[in-house]
Design a protein around this ligand. Structure first.
Ligand code: PPS
Length: 583
């Protein structure tokens, strides 16, 4: 597509257009003169800095993917959507699209005020006329939208733990799109895609949404979907925030590029969608269908367990895997897009082919692997079976996620002061230097507190910042395939859990609980700090008057009461060896 055509569409003064497919499209980009005027007053405006998820929502509002929405939802719209899945005028709309702000910001912004929405760098992307500011009833939103208030659901977790306390609703006027540096040529607005269909003469298009790398099952599904709808195919992977534990976005995009070469020429188009997934199952399937209608698709594939997460610990699905297909199909007239339903696809061994589960006879032997199990296998450097994926895709994945002994790893020692973590960490550091096959960094508590966190004390908040900083540095080291050895007390379970989640996206995370009991640590008291804490000279000392929350399931447990530090380090090395982290 000619890039100048894209510019023309973006710069158009027309704020809404009727295209051949999909109905009226909102375009919230303002004209250049108005942009200049807004820039002139921008310094006087109260600013809201948007995080990645908010920026992706903003982008989809601006470019019309969320048509007919013209801004973030006001309370009236929000209540109607949460309660009835409809906008106040009765239009079907399944998910709240809201801008969350802190209580302090909520006090600062008054109804009617013009607010600047900026990205991390401070670039003003849009203005918002704040129509109303309202506190979030998170439980109500969780139960109605997600059908659960359980925080092991990723959407609910985001709502309870990341979303701030208030929403600000109002209309948007955009100066520019959020800025992307990667894979720009694969990003399109609905207007651009509709223009492309017109140019290519495509009249029927089936949209395919994915947050996972494409494999044989998905490839097969898309071919059949084209066949059933007698259409062309828009492959539209989601590249906003997906789900913790998913394969990283850049790798996925490289897989899609490889895969798109496998289709016959001029039948498919690959375009990235900066949507942040909420994993709301049936409600989310409706949202995905509406977005694809805006992208001019006449058909949309909804498959088994579409946008349905599994419980973190039990592995049970939050939604009936059939419910997304049923809901989307039931609403298809109103959605204005035909749903192409798919059952679970399984591999049939003797046919060497993928088939829908209900078409398989009882005596046929099958194989299947869940998305989550697959992602875990890839991230842990396991080989992917040939029946599951396409060789070109496997090659991209192996490059990004080599076998465990070539991946980065964080060894995270946690335990009371005096438990022996630092000594074990230093021995491990020396062993890895001796091995010499991966760069190694020691992030001992003292080293970190001197070089990274010297302004911090030992309040809950400061310990949290300290441990998260260690986690961040360790995650960068792990990402770049080094070894990070950390040895803070890290007394709080939740903080350790979030550090683990961050690091596991990039490589291995081995939690080593140096669980030497308090009385032994206190007897040792090498720095005399326990004595001072008992005497009340030091306040908030871990184990004395501040809690240590024990790890639930550390990879390695060491008690140095009757074990030398060398033996402790040996335990860790044996674990690493057994699990393929070292060779
Ligand atoms: S934390 O909780 O993870 O941020 O702690 P960390 O950065 O590992 O720092 C622990 C070391 O600081 C000394 N120290 C204290 N520890 C616990 N509680 C209080 N109030 C405190 N004040 C100072 C203590 O020597 C710890 O050293 P280690 O190496 O763990 O023995």
């Amino acid at each position: 597509m000619n890039p100048y055509e894209i510019q023309e569409i973006r710069r158009s003064k027309d704020t809404s257009r009727v295209a051949p497919h999909g109905g009226k499209l909102v375009n919230l980009l303002t004209n250049p003169e108005r942009s200049e005027d807004l820039m002139k007053i921008s310094r006087d405006l109260t600013t809201i800095f948007l995080n990645d998820r908010q920026l992706s929502d903003l982008e989809l509002l601006i470019n019309g993917s969320f048509s007919p929405l013209r801004g973030f939802m006001t309370r009236r719209v929000y209540d109607s959507v949460v309660g009835d899945m409809r906008l106040p005028d009765g239009t079907l709309w399944p998910m709240p699209i809201c801008l969350d702000i802190s209580g302090d910001q909520a006090e600062l912004i008054k109804p009617g005020q013009l607010v600047a929405l900026r990205d991390h760098e401070g670039f003003m992307i849009a203005t918002l006329v704040a129509e109303d500011i309202y506190p979030i009833d998170k439980r109500n939103e969780a139960e109605k939208v997600y059908g659960t208030a359980d925080t092991s659901h990723p959407g609910v977790n985001y709502l309870f733990n990341e979303t701030k306390t208030h929403y600000v609703g109002g209309t948007i006027e955009a100066l520019q799109y959020p800025i992307h540096f990667a894979f720009r040529r694969l990003r399109h607005s609905p207007a651009e895609i509709r223009a492309l269909y017109a140019k290519l003469g495509w009249r029927k298009i089936v949209g395919f949404q994915t947050r996972n790398p494409f494999h044989r099952a998905q490839f097969e599904m898309t071919l059949r979907a084209m066949d059933r709808a007698r259409s062309n195919l828009l492959i539209q992977p989601v590249v906003g925030f997906v789900k913790t534990g998913d394969i990283d976005t850049y790798t996925r995009i490289r897989c899609y590029l490889k895969l798109s070469e496998k289709y016959p020429p001029n039948m498919t188009f690959l375009s990235l969608l900066p949507l942040s997934m909420r994993m709301a199952g049936p409600r989310e399937a409706l949202l995905h269908a509406l977005i694809r209608k805006n992208y001019g698709c006449t058909h949309f594939v909804v498959g088994w367990n579409h946008a349905g997460p599994a419980h973190e610990t039990t592995g049970e699905f939050f939604y009936d895997p059939e419910s997304a297909v049923k809901t989307a199909s039931a609403y298809q007239e109103e959605l204005g897009i035909k749903i192409v339903p798919f059952e679970k696809m399984v591999y049939v061994i003797e046919e060497d082919a993928y088939m829908e589960e209900s078409r398989i006879s009882v005596d046929q032997k099958t194989r299947s692997l869940s998305d989550d199990h697959f992602s875990l296998a890839v991230r842990t450097g396991k080989r992917i079976p040939d029946w599951y994926t396409i060789p070109e895709v496997a090659e991209v994945l192996y490059k990004a996620y080599p076998q465990r002994h070539q991946q980065g790893i964080t060894i995270f020692c946690t335990g009371l002061s005096g438990a022996g973590k630092s000594t074990i960490a230093r021995i491990l550091y020396a062993r890895f230097l001796e091995m010499g096959n991966r760069p190694v960094t020691l992030l001992d508590g003292d080293i970190v507190r001197t070089n990274l966190s010297n302004e911090l004390g030992f309040s809950r908040e400061h310990r949290d910042i300290n441990v998260r900083r260690i986690g961040f540095v360790a995650s960068e080291i792990t990402k770049n395939r080094g070894i990070a050895i950390c040895a803070p007390i890290a007394p709080y379970r939740e903080t350790r859990k979030s550090v683990r989640k961050l690091i596991e996206t990039y490589g291995g995370f081995v939690e080593v609980h140096v669980g030497t009991p308090l009385e032994i640590c206190e007897n040792r008291d090498p720095k005399g700090l326990y004595a001072k804490a008992r005497a009340g000279i030091i306040k908030g000392f871990t184990g004395v008057d501040d809690p240590y929350e024990e790890p639930d399931a550390p990879e390695v447990y060491i008690d140095t009461t009757d074990m030398s530090p060398d033996e402790g380090a040996q335990e860790v090395l044996l674990y690493l060896e057994r699990n393929g982290y070292i060779k």
